[in-house]
Ligand binder design. Sequence first.
Ligand SMILES: Nc1nc2c(c(=O)[nH]1)N[C@H]1C(S)=C(S)[C@@H](COP(=O)(O)OP(=O)(O)OC[C@H]3O[C@@H](n4cnc5c(=O)[nH]c(N)nc54)[C@H](O)[C@@H]3O)O[C@H]1N2
Ligand SMILES: Nc1nc2c(c(=O)[nH]1)N[C@H]1C(S)=C(S)[C@@H](COP(=O)(O)OP(=O)(O)OC[C@H]3O[C@@H](n4cnc5c(=O)[nH]c(N)nc54)[C@H](O)[C@@H]3O)O[C@H]1N2
Ligand code: SF4
Ligand SMILES: [Mo]
Length: 741
Amino acid sequence: MERIGIRTCPLCEAGCGLKITMKDDHVVSIRGDEEDVFSHGFICPKGTTLGALHEDPDRIRTPLIKRNGAFVPASFEEAFDLIAERLTELISEHGRDCVGVYLGNPNAHNIDTMIYGKPFIKALGTHNVFSASTVDQRPKELTSALMFGGPLTAAVPDIDRTDYLLILGANPLESNGSLATAPDWPGRLQAIRKRGGKVVVVDPRRSRTAEVSDEHLAIKPGADALFLAAIATTLYEENLVSMGRLAEFTNGVTETRDALKPFTAESTATHTGIEASVTRRIARELASAQKAAVYGRIGTTTQRFGTLSSWLVDVINVLTGNLDRPGGAMFTKAAAGASNTRGSREGGREVRTGRFTSRVRGLKETFGELPVATLAEEILTEGPGQIKAMITLAGNPVISTPNAAIMDKALESLEFMIAIDIFVNETTRHADVILPVPSVLERSHYDLALLQLAVRNVANYSAPLVRKAESQPHEWEIVAKLALIAQGMPASTEPSVADEVVCRTLVEQADLASSANGLNADEVMKALEPRVGPERILDFMLRTGPYGNHFGANPDGLTLQKLMENEHGIDFGALELRLPDALRTASGNIELAPKICLEDVPRLRAALDEDLSAVVLVGRRHLRSNNSWLHNVPAMMKGKDRCTLHVHPDDASRYGLKDGELATVKSKAGVVNAPVEITEDIRPGVVSLPHGWGHDLDGVQLSVASAHAGVNSNILTDPNELDAPTGNAVLNGIPVELTPA
Ligand SMILES: Nc1nc2c(c(=O)[nH]1)N[C@H]1C(S)=C(S)[C@@H](COP(=O)(O)OP(=O)(O)OC[C@H]3O[C@@H](n4cnc5c(=O)[nH]c(N)nc54)[C@H](O)[C@@H]3O)O[C@H]1N2
Ligand SMILES: Nc1nc2c(c(=O)[nH]1)N[C@H]1C(S)=C(S)[C@@H](COP(=O)(O)OP(=O)(O)OC[C@H]3O[C@@H](n4cnc5c(=O)[nH]c(N)nc54)[C@H](O)[C@@H]3O)O[C@H]1N2
Ligand code: SF4
Ligand SMILES: [Mo]
């Protein structure tokens, strides 16, 4: 019998509503859900892959244990017994830091690991915590925390109401948007232009987003901070600073001006590749637009000046008075989980980095994590505190992180490795135990993180569409079990023991007087029955959140039950003014000139004296990829080879490269051969290779992906090139040498 299921797509940040036609447990078709309150029927090609992912014969359905070099199927009981034995042994011999953890990108879309990931890491008690955040948005999280008081108190462009959008280093027509949750970027960008607004894209490549914009500025890679600093300086020089009501609660305006003085439109022009007159014009356009927003993404964070670029994006939003203004850059009021809807402006605390440092290179921690660019050497360098065991949770560091070839060797050298994953891929093939998780259709979904960055205030919850096998634990149960084992409990301990502790701790730490109708913790726990697991915790967050029913104090308010009854989601409306109340800085004000940012300005100053002759490599994304893990879906692999090196015709003739033939690309870290694709859509002196490829390694069990292997661009990424304040890796702007292969 056919049935229709409504779900939110968990594959990217856009969070589109899907209408899935099922026949028994088989997907017949997937379409955009026209009734979805946010996506109104929009869907991209990836959204149609949920059935293929669920049914992929290569997807792991039972734990795998490596015996004599080969994986053999095992029960979860056997797997957990082995883990308990080996982890306990290693921890007692070498101490807790001998276990390293790496959390990958899909965790951001996974309510199970969003909730139980932190307690799990705490239970492990190791300093060696790494994640995909330091090859991604860490600089933006840091500047948002420093300026506004929380890593996810990040300003998002109010694209539905703006007149002027300056986009740097983002290509939402391929990525579908990031740190600005919005389904249907193509439609929303088109709407800006239709209502007479302007879209300007700053990107070394003429990306698809640049193609549909009014103006494209082909900046030199890594020069965004210079360009943005010059815009800010122009605003000061030409008396265009107009902060409006923000002036009442912003510190550091003069300090910012003084720090940025050396960076004028003229002094930066050679290094940005953008003429001074253009930079000045953009500054004036931003200042004169009624409503304007500056928005920067991957190209601004995964580069040499990630922190300064991210900072300056918001400096300009503040100086032009566009922060917290409809049509400017605004703050979401999320239904659940946001730190800026809890507590008060008075209760803010200073953000500190470097509370501990990495063993080998002394790199600073940020938000409790060490830069993943140093993970391989933490594994390979002998001595006290060396990582001997790794746990990867939804991550593929062999493909996604710097110095990939060495990372591959590092994982191979471990004494013990656990992977929680759905495939035997480039990373998980090194594991001693792989623990599979339920498929995308077998689990529930609520975008706890990304809904905090949505361009409208919305919420939606999806129940599982397909019942998982009895023997397959939920992902949260796997993580909870590992936490219990790490705490020395027997492998047979029920995950519910950990769930009880996690939920109770959350409830006890909450301000129940103001959000739970004065109930005490016991009464709240009782009221949440009979739910368990992530649903119980989500229900608590929703009820005590800004739209919540507050356990009766606001009877029509939100509960999980209510969200479940609204399967197309609930729309709480357009973004609203949130400042100054949402600020959680120590001063309670916007900190325009955080010390950590000012301390990095001399490094930017020094960049003005650098020689610019090297060819540099940048990345790119394609609509039908998802980092490293969607290449096993046949429908996503149709068409011509996508893992090609984009080269400008001038560079092709200079270096003797021919379209369709292989080029050797050599960096300080490594060398790869990639097929050349000659295109005018890239700045001369810049070449581009997408990341996420290189599936031809021995032992990978991805039959479709391996047949279209591509090359791993991160073999070229230098682990020593970092954004100084965060240790975030430099994935864009890598100097390379080109020769015909
Ligand atoms: N050169 C270069 N490198 C980059 C980037 C770049 O632009 N250029 N981008 C960076 C960015 S932004 C990111 S986010 C990282 C991503 O880095 P990673 O997160 O390390 O890589 P992914 O390819 O997203 O790997 C996801 C893994 O999770 C598994 N998986 C999928 N769904 C689930 C699930 O539900 N549960 C579990 N347990 N596992 C699951 C997949 O099989 C895969 O092994 O890559 C970074 N690397
Ligand atoms: N289809 C698809 N969608 C995805 C993903 C995917 O792999 N495939 N990954 C998801 C993830 S994990 C993330 S984090 C988001 C990322 O989302 P986006 O940030 O939109 O990512 P990209 O599409 O890589 O766009 C980055 C752009 O920056 C440009 N660029 C490179 N270097 C520089 C520079 O120095 N300065 C400037 N101004 N631009 C530069 C590149 O040419 C590229 O066009 O996408 C998510 N969505
Ligand atoms: S845009 Fe993102 S959320 Fe929407 S269907 Fe595509 S992959 Fe899924
Ligand atoms: Mo990412």
